[in-house]
Design a protein around this ligand. Sequence first.
Ligand SMILES: *Cc1c(COP(=O)(O)O)cnc(C)c1O
Length: 233
Amino acid sequence: MHSISNHVADVQTRVAHAAERSGRTRDSVRLVGASKAQSVDVIRAAAACGITEFGENYLNDALPKIEALRDLSLQWHFIGAVQSNKTRDIARYFQWVQTLDRAKVAQRLSDQRPDDSDALDVLIQINIDGEPQKAGIAPEALAEFAAQLLHLPRIRLRGLMAIPRPESGADAQRVAFRRMRELFERERPAAATHWDTLSMGMTQDFETAIAEGATMIRIGTALFGPRGARRDG
Ligand SMILES: *Cc1c(COP(=O)(O)O)cnc(C)c1O
């Protein structure tokens, strides 16, 4: 557990420096711990070091963790593929869904969001590199898709999320992030009152993402160490 606190401190320092280099404040970047494959104890240790938001990819893995950590007031982000038969529990147990790319799923999440919770915060996932195997909508489809979400009463459209193709070196990484940033600024829907979140950047590229305007980064390996059995989605 000691190494978690070192990792958290290291990531926090790197985030602060990346923000500072771009003339931004540390507060302008939200850090979400990508905690897939991490145990309740590991998440609790990270929370003790000040991480308050966690992202999970698989509902069945996430629910027992959310339940076991209810004594902490953590925010949970769904960052995996949303299957339409899982929307009820996602709408109930998560505060954010970052991977919206189907209107039917959005409709179900809105319909199923419990009345005693705030509206569900959502991001539209963009397939920014046009990779056939990857989730997300095409950039050209954004305006029309966003328009379909804005009338749904129980979800609140906050912005965009992307997982660009991994590249090494800041110059190569920058390209997709910059296109995301331009899309985020250009396609702000007139009716979106909370359009404030651009989620991009992971362990390999979060400093470049911050330099290009990310307001939210999702970090797994740099916080928790390498995942054992990898089953990323
Ligand atoms: C696993 C995961 C991350 C974090 O990945 P790392 O490279 O370990 O930081 C971020 N976003 C999503 C959607 C993920 O599945």
